[in-house]
Design a protein around this ligand. Structure first.
Ligand code: ADP
Length: 546
C-alpha cells in the first residue's frame, strides 16, 4: 500500500494542525510582517516573555528589543534575504527583566513579496550568565593572583564584584582566636553601610554562632548558604534588634550568598555577597561561582600574607645587617687610635730594653708587636670593608714600575717569615698606572695567605709576566693545604672561610680575598686562582699596563 501523501495532502494536514502544533512545541516562534509588526507568536514565546497575546501581537517587534540597533540590523539582513543563524539579542520581559536570546530566522516570500519573517527564539540567559561569571572569575583570578599586597588585592577583588555581581560585599578573615575579623566591606553606596562596618569591627564573628545559615555557622561547617529571596521576616529574624532590622530593610536586600574561603580544605574566612537588585537574584549557578571566587580570594590573601611576611623578614635582616655594618665601622674607627698608640709605645719600649740589653723583655715586646700587627691588619680590613660597602674607597692612581713594587713587597714579606723562602721570577720591565699602596696590599694579602696556608712547606713562588704589552700578571704559588673543589666558588665572598677541620687552625676572618678582589675590580683587572686540595694553590691577578 502506498502510504506516501502528495504535497497537497501534507499541506492540508499541516494547515489543519499547524497552529496547534506550534502552540505545543517548546521553541518560541513568532512572525513579523514587512512593517515590523508581530502578526503571530506561539504560546512558548508568550510564556518566555510573560505577555498576554494582546500585549504582544499587533505590536512592533522593536518595542521588545533592548538594543534598537540590533533589531534594525536583524531586520535589514532579513529584507536582504539573508537567513539569520544564532543572532544574539536581548529582550524585555513583562516583569521588567531582560533575557538573552539567540534568534534563527528567515523570510517567507510570495511572488517575490515579503510576506512575513519566521523567527525561532531560544533563551540563553542562564548560559550567558554562567559564561559571564566564568569570564569574570578568570579575569579576576588573573589580575589578583599577581597582587602581593593584601589591601591592594582586596581593593582589586572588590572592583570585580561590586556592582557587577553584588551590591554589598564583605570579607571576614578567621584568626587563631576563633573569631573572624572584617577585612573588607564594600557597597555601591558606601555611606549606607558605614554603620555595618563599625558594628562588624566592634563585633568580630564567633565560630560558635549557633544560628543555622549565619556567617559563624558557615565558618564552622564550611557549607555555603544561598538565600535567593530575602523577605522582611528573614531580615527581622537575622537582625540584632529592631533598629538594625529597619536599617537593613531600608537597604532593600533581595538575595544573599554566604560562602567559606578555603585553602586545601582549611577554612580561613567567609565571604558574603548581597544583591539589592531584583533583577540580580542568586541561584545555584551563582553560588558555585561565589564558592570558587571565595577560594581564589583565600589563595590571593594567603599569597599576599606570605609575601608580606617574607618582606618583613628581609627588611629585618637588612636592618640587622645595617646595624652590624655600622657597629663594624664604629668599632674599627674607635680601635684604630688606641692600637696605633699601643704600637708606638711598644716600639719605644722595645728600643729601650734593647739598649739596656734586656733580651727577655725585648723578646716579649717583639712578640707583642707582632700581635699588635695582627690586630692592626684586622682593623684595617674592617675599615676597608666599610669603605667598600659605602663606595667610599678612594684610589690614588700613579704610574710606577711594577717589578720594583714586587721586589719591595717580596723582601718585606720575607722579613716576616722564617719558615718560607719567597722566590721571585720577574718578567719584562713594565709600568702600570694604579694605586701603588692598594696594589701592594693585594700582593701582601696573597703572599701572606700562601705562607699561612702552607704549613710544613718552605716555598712560595712569585712570578710576574706580561702576556702582552698592555697587561701584567702577578701570581703567587704555594704547596700547601689547597682548597677543596666544592668550596672554591665562594672563596672571594665576604667573610668566607673554607670550612673543615682546619678552619680554626689558621687565624683570619675571611675578608682579605674579598677586599683584594674589590681592589682589583676597581682597577679594571681580574683576579683568579687554581687550587687542589692537599697540593697547593696559585692565586693570580692581572692589571692593565699604563
Ligand atoms: P682569611 O683572613 O681567612 O685568610 P681570606 O679572604 O684571605 O681570609 O681567605 C679566605 C679563605 O680562603 C681562607 O679562610 C682560606 O680558607 C682560603 N684561602 C685563601 N688563600 C688560600 C691559600 N693560599 N691556600 C688555601 N686556602 C686559602
Amino acid at each position: 500500500m502506498n502510504t506516501e501523501k502528495s504535497s497537497g495532502e501534507i499541506a492540508e494536514v499541516m494547515n489543519e494542525s499547524l497552529e496547534d502544533f506550534l502552540d505545543k512545541i517548546t521553541v518560541a516562534v513568532h512572525l513579523v510582517d514587512r512593517a515590523g509588526i508581530i502578526v503571530y507568536a506561539n504560546k512558548a514565546e508568550l510564556k518566555l516573555l510573560g505577555y498576554q497575546k494582546e500585549e504582544y501581537i499587533g505590536h512592533n517587534i522593536k518595542e521588545f528589543h533592548v538594543e534598537e540597533n540590533v533589531i534594525d540590523n536583524i531586520f535589514s539582513k532579513l529584507i536582504g534575504q539573508e537567513d539569520l543563524e544564532n543572532e544574539e539579542s536581548k529582550l524585555k520581559c513583562k516583569d521588567g527583566s531582560v533575557i538573552d536570546v539567540v534568534i534563527n530566522s528567515n523570510v517567507h516570500f510570495e511572488d517575490h513579496q515579503f510576506k512575513h519573517t519566521r523567527c525561532f527564539t531560544r533563551d540563553i540567559t542562564r548560559l550567558k550568565k554562567v559564561e559571564n561569571l566564568l569570564r569574570l572569575l578568570n579575569k579576576a583570578g588573573e589580575e589578583i593572583s599577581a597582587t602581593l599586597d593584601t589591601q591592594e588585592a582586596l581593593d582589586k577583588i572588590t572592583t570585580f564584584i561590586v556592582p557587577h555581581f553584588a551590591d554589598w560585599f564583605v570579607v571576614n578573615e578567621l584568626r587563631d582566636d576563633g573569631y573572624a575579623y572584617l577585612l573588607k566591606m564594600a557597597h555601591t553606596v558606601p555611606a549606607q553601610v558605614t554603620w555595618a562596618e563599625n558594628y562588624r569591627r566592634a563585633h568580630p564573628i564567633s565560630l560558635n554562632d549557633p544560628k543555622v545559615g549565619s556567617v559563624g555557622w558557615v565558618l564552622r561547617t564550611g557549607e555555603g548558604v544561598l538565600n535567593p529571596e530575602i523577605t522582611d521576616k528573614m531580615i527581622e529574624e537575622g537582625a540584632m534588634d529592631a533598629e538594625q532590622a529597619e536599617i537593613l530593610k531600608a537597604l532593600s536586600i533581595k538575595s544573599v550568598m554566604i560562602v567559606p574561603m578555603q585553602i586545601k580544605g582549611k577554612i580561613n574566612g567567609v565571604v558574603s555577597f548581597i544583591s539589592c537588585n531584583p533583577l540580580n537574584k542568586y541561584d545555584e549557578y551563582t553560588l558555585n561561582f561565589a564558592k570558587d571566587f571565595a577560594n581564589r580570594i583565600a589563595l590571593t590573601l594567603e599569597n599576599a600574607r606570605l609575601y608580606e611576611e617574607i618582606k618583613k623578614d628581609i627588611n629585618e635582616k637588612i636592618q640587622a645587617d645595617k646595624q652590624k655594618d655600622e657597629f663594624i665601622s664604629i668599632a674599627s674607627h674607635e680601635l684604630k687610635t688606641p692600637v696605633t698608640s699601643l704600637k708606638g709605645y711598644t716600639q719605644i719600649l722595645q728600643m729601650l730594653f734593647e739598649e739596656q740589653k734586656d733580651s727577655v723583655a725585648s723578646d716579649m715586646l717583639s712578640k707583642m708587636n707582632k700581635q699588635i700587627d695582627k690586630l692592626t691588619l684586622l682593623i684595617t680590613e674592617m675599615l676597608d670593608i666599610t669603605k667598600i660597602d659605602n663606595g667610599q674607597i678612594a684610589f690614588n692612581f700613579s704610574e710606577f714600575d711594577f717589578n720594583e713594587l714586587v721586589k719591595e713587597i717580596a723582601a718585606e714579606m720575607q722579613n716576616t717569615t722564617k719558615t718560607h723562602k719567597i722566590s721571585v721570577q720577574l718578567g719584562k720591565k713594565i709600568k702600570i698606572k694604579a694605586d701603588r699602596n692598594r696594589t701592594a696590599q693585594v700582593m701582601i694579602n696573597l703572599i701572606s695567605n700562601a705562607i699561612k696556608y702552607s704549613p710544613g712547606q718552605d716555598n712560595v713562588l712569585i712570578t710576574v709576566k706580561s702576556p702582552d704589552r698592555q697587561t701584567v700578571r702577578f701570581c703567587v704559588r704555594d704547596f700547601g693545604i689547597g682548597i677543596p673543589a666544592e668550596q672554591q666558588s665562594k672563596i672571594f665572598n665576604r667573610f668566607y672561610r673554607v670550612s673543615g677541620e682546619n678552619k680554626y687552625t689558621f687565624p683570619g676572618v675571611g675578608l682579605g680575598l674579598y677586599i683584594s678582589s674589590e681592589i682589583i675590580k676597581r682597577h679594571c683587572g681580574t683576579i683568579s686562582f687554581k687550587s687542589k686540595e692537599g697540593a697547593g694553590s696559585t692565586f693570580c691577578f692581572q692589571l692593565p699596563g699604563s
